[in-house]
Write a protein that binds this ligand. Structure first.
Ligand code: FES
Ligand code: FES
Length: 160
């Protein structure tokens, strides 16, 4: 049975009426037209669908939308401030850390959350934190370089 769910997405209140068991990722992409978060494994194994819920990382492909009622969701579309990209987005571009780009939204959300929590992580801490995010293009060296660059510049992830 459908229910009505109210959530805040990238600072805007949204209401959807849907099956509460539907994955949040499907609602973001199909109902709210936010296609930045990617569907890849659909089983919580790759990180491509990563978003923030009340500031915490979640995998939107395995999160039923019924669990985000009255929560604040931040997607990759909400990371920039107006025309200014988030420092992690800038760093990924500057270091050419995007090949096909499919993993990039999840990589950027996950690393932005790390730098919010720990602004100057060691390489080992970055690798451990990013362990759940897979890059099928094997672009890990450039991704690590981009995260190092963002850390040097000082990153702050805002949460809706
Ligand atoms: S698509 Fe969600 S973890 Fe892979
Ligand atoms: S850049 Fe292609 S999956 Fe990571």
């Amino acid at each position: 049975m459908d229910v009505t769910i109210t959530l805040t997405v990238n600072g805007k209140r949204k209401t959807v009426t849907t099956d509460p068991q539907r994955p949040l990722l499907d609602v973001l992409r199909e109902d709210l037209d936010l296609t930045g978060s990617k569907y890849s494994c659909g089983e919580g194994l790759c990180g491509a669908c990563t978003v923030l819920m009340d500031g915490d990382l979640i995998l939107s492909c395995i999160t039923p939308v019924g669990e985000v009622d009255n929560k604040a969701i931040t997607t990759i579309e909400g990371l920039a401030t107006g025309d200014s990209l988030h420092p992690v987005q800038e760093a990924f571009l500057a270091e050419d850390a995007v090949q096909c780009g499919y993993c990039a939204p999840g990589m950027i959300m996950t690393s932005a959350a790390l730098l919010k929590k720990k602004p100057r992580p060691t390489d080992e801490e970055v690798v451990e934190w990013m362990n759940g995010n897979l890059c099928r293009c094997c672009g890990y060296p450039k991704i690590l370089t981009a995260i190092r660059r963002a850390a040097r510049q000082g990153s702050e992830v805002k949460v809706s």
